[in-house]
Each structure stands twice: as C-alpha cells, then as structure tokens.
Design a binder for this molecule. Sequence first.
Ligand SMILES: Nc1ncnc2c1ncn2[C@@H]1O[C@H](COP(=O)(O)OP(=O)(O)O)[C@@H](O)[C@H]1O
Ligand SMILES: [Mg+2]
Length: 366
Amino acid sequence: MSQKIRVGILFGGKSAEHEVSLQSAKNVIDAIDKDKYEVVLIGIDKQGKWFLVDSSTFLFNADNSKLIALNKSGYGIVFIPASGGEFSNLTTHEVCNKVDVVFPVLHGPFGEDGSAQGLLNLVGVPFVGSGVLGSSIGMDKDVMKRLLRDSGIPIVKYRAFKKGDNIDFENIVDNLGLPVFVKPANMGSSVGIHKVASRDEFENAVEEAFGFDTKIIIEEYIEGREIECAVLGNRSPIASVTGEVISNHEFYSYNAKYIDENGATFEIPARLSEGMAKSIQDLAIKTFTTLECAGLSRVDFFLTKDNTIIVNEINTMPGFTTISMYPSLWQASGISYPDLIDRLIHLAMERFEQERSLTSTYLDGK
Ligand SMILES: Nc1ncnc2c1ncn2[C@@H]1O[C@H](COP(=O)(O)OP(=O)(O)O)[C@@H](O)[C@H]1O
Ligand SMILES: [Mg+2]
C-alpha cells in the first residue's frame, strides 16, 4: 500500500505557452522526489481538453523544444466537484483516480489567470500557487498596476483602453512620449506586445493587441536593465537573489524568449550593489503580498540608469524548467529544484488547511 502523496501535474493548456508548459512539466516529473510523491499526469491539449496520460509516453519529441508535443494516448477525464481530488473517465463515467494535491504547471490565460484555480477550488483539492484572486490580478496588467500604485509601489506611466474607446495618438504622445509599448492587458510571453515609434506602427499595434484582448495598455518606454526576483511562501514569503535578463533583441520579445536560442542570457546573481539588491528583494515581497499572491511568483523590474526601481509585472506561474529564471534564482539562493517542488507542495497543503478551517456557514443566533 502506498503512503505517498499523490500529486496531479496539470500541464499543456490553451495558451501560447503550451510548449513551455510541456517542458516545465517534464522537468518537474523528472525531478520530483519519487520516494515521497506519486505523480499523476493530466495533460491539457490546445483545445482545452483534459487527458490522463502516462509518464513514459506523454510527450512526442521530448528533447526538442521546437517539436515537443502532447501525446494524447490516454483517455479524457473530468474532475468531480466537491470530491477532494477525484476525477472520472469521460467515456465510462467511472471514477478512475484521486489526487491529494495539484501542481498546475500552466502559463498564461486559462492556467495562470484564476480559471484553473477556480475549478480546483470547486473540486476541493489543494493546489500549488496563487488562488483565484491573486492569479487573476496577476494576469491583468491594468488591475495589477492600479493595485501596485495604490500601495505606493513604483510603476510605469500608462493608459488602459477598452475596445471601442477613442484612442488619440497625439494625446498619448503628449502624456507618455515616444516610443511607447502597446500590450494586450491579459497575456504573457510578450505575445501581442510592440514597441512603436510612429503613428502607423501605433495603429497596427493597437489593432493587433485588441485581437488578443478586449482591453489593452499603452506604456511609456523605460530605458533600463531588466531585473527579476523570485518569491516563495504564503504569509511570510521569502525572496531569492536577483537575476538580470540581457536580451539580444530590441526588447525581451516572444522571439527572444522562445524562438532564438541566443535571444537572451541570464546573469545570476545580477550585478548590483548589496543595497540595491536588498531594495529589489523587499519590493518583490511587497509586490507579492499587495497582489494577494501565494506559493510562488516571479517579480520583474526595470532599473533605470539613475537607479530608479520600477515594477514591470508579476508572474504567478513563471516558467518552471530547470533552466528557467525562477528555479535558477532559487538554485543560486541555496534551494535545489527538487527541494523547490517539495516546498511548493507543502505550501499548497498548508494554505488549503488554513482555508478549510474557516467557517463557511453562518447560523443566526448560534
Ligand atoms: N514600458 C516598457 N519599457 C521598456 N520595455 C518594456 C516595457 N514594457 C515591456 N517591455 C519589454 O517587453 C517585455 C515584455 O513585456 P511584459 O510587460 O513583461 O509582458 P509579458 O507579460 O508578456 O512578459 C519586457 O520584458 C521588456 O523587455
Ligand atoms: Mg514579462
């Protein structure tokens, strides 16, 4: 009889980061402590369908980041609400397994935005990372920045627009200067993001960004270094050493991140004075708590020539391959990749227990 904790690894998904998620999942499965944990693999295809898959066959081209793909050899499954982690075979309707905790190694919309987290809440199973609120705040760049501004955390000057709003280029230039960055509000991986310096470029970028989301943001351009810091914990989170992303492209674009193998390099720890590194770490923790995050997040900063620190964004489920920034920052801070997975699972269970102990009914007069 197995006393191991059964961990459901949820990966793939509908977002542009499907392939990154496959790689992250493979790395987690390879590294997780098999004496302590039994893994149950749940792959989500690009249409959003969920499959129970086998750890020995779940990937095509596992070692080729360009050709890697989900092998849907297993069968479709559906989680059962209020079951505490049971799921059933979509065809036979029989309950086929139960997990004790879920690690959603999912990035971008549907995985990192609170959608999957809401579903797991309804199932009643602990899961790694932020809950519904933290996840959805972290995904919406406009809401995220408003909350940061409200807490006195430095952010870039920006404007948000909904589809149908009148967007006046002259007014934007008067307020934000040129170039500006145009982004869909809810996305990731630099998808749909453009740096623009003319009216034509601006109009094309706005149109493209509205193709990805009904809300977009337009930001002033910040000339500076890109520094990242990893945060880990629930109520008393800790910050890692800092790292720097040095992009070889115009900015840290989708191509620089995923297509061009030499698109960017990481420098860990970042070359910063001790005082500057400490300020960034403190701000990373403040950002994490302000945005209602839990478990893990990577906080990304700009550092200008005159040493002004600006928070660019938070990522509530950052890339999680062994060479991704988040695990690398912890590795450099003394927490190995398998240890990091172990801590995240414990944090998930700790948060679940705390939330479960809350009263959910109110009986008048009792
Ligand atoms: N206001 C800005 N000024 C300068 N560079 C920016 C600005 N906003 C974004 N960038 C560049 O674009 C990249 C992606 O933008 P970001 O807001 O982090 O979106 P994503 O969530 O897709 O990663 C950043 O890493 C940076 O290189
Ligand atoms: Mg980013």
